[in-house]
Design a protein around this ligand. Structure first.
Ligand code: FMN
Length: 210
């Protein structure tokens, strides 16, 4: 199975080769894999910034515990959840279904009302946890697509979201940085690539209820 081979190939890259850039065509493939991510109700309540600008990445590195991957990788993906529960996002989604699938709006407006009702039942804390979780599914698609294209990546939570929000002007857009992933090509000097993968054994991970 190619997927398992890919999962064994990939690793959280610590040192990227700054001289290697991802081709536009491959970047498009990565973005398409993220676009096709699953999400609760299909809402995709997030935006993803794809940052190449070096000056911006220098600033972000300072807000990322000075981790070198931020500036040395080819591009930086920043996954941002929506901070507003505004019903207009749900209306836009319902309109998208209607246009994409050729269904009259009146046939599916009840579905929109159902989503609004179930989301408004969440507390603020539940809403934030829920909307942040969605971004991890998109991150996972990115990591899988990267491995398939033999592009290296490092999923990262080691950054200060408030500083990212300020540097990138996310607050004004009612967005919040949740998780990031520099992507590019590993440096030959990255020792991490030679380490054996550490994972739980199947016995300790799974409970088989037959
Ligand atoms: C949500 C998340 C956050 C992470 N944050 C960082 C980080 O800030 N810096 C880093 O170097 N690695 C980070 N990692 C990488 C993990 O340490 C790594 O994926 C894990 O040890 C498994 O190793 P592997 O990915 O090389 O197989 C993060 C991984 C995940 C999934």
């Amino acid at each position: 199975m190619k997927l398992l081979e890919n999962l064994n190939w990939r690793y959280a890259t610590k040192k990227f080769d700054p001289s290697k850039k991802i081709e536009q065509e491959d970047l498009g493939r990565l973005m398409e894999a993220v676009r096709l991510s699953v999400s609760s109700y299909g809402l995709q309540f997030y935006n993803v910034l794809v940052i190449e600008n070096q000056e911006l990445r220098e600033k972000l590195r300072e807000a990322s515990w000075n981790q070198a991957q931020i500036t040395d990788a080819s591009h930086l993906f920043v996954f941002c959840n929506y901070t507003s529960r505004d019903g207009r996002h749900i209306d836009e989604y319902i309109q998208n279904i209607s246009l994409t699938q050729g269904v009259p709006l009146s046939d599916i407006s009840g579905y929109g009302d159902f989503i609004k009702k179930s989301l408004s039942a969440k507390s603020d804390a539940q809403w934030h946890a829920w909307s942040e979780r969605q971004t991890y599914l998109a991150l996972s698609n990115l990591l899988l697509a990267c491995a398939d294209l033999r592009i290296d990546a490092c999923p990262m939570e080691g950054f200060e979201p408030e500083k990212y929000n300020a540097i990138l002007g996310l607050d004004k857009q009612e967005l919040n940085a949740v998780v990031i992933a520099p992507v590019g090509y590993r440096s030959e000097e990255d020792e991490t690539q030679f380490r054996k993968k550490v994972r739980k054994s199947r016995e300790s991970l799974f409970q088989l209820l037959t």
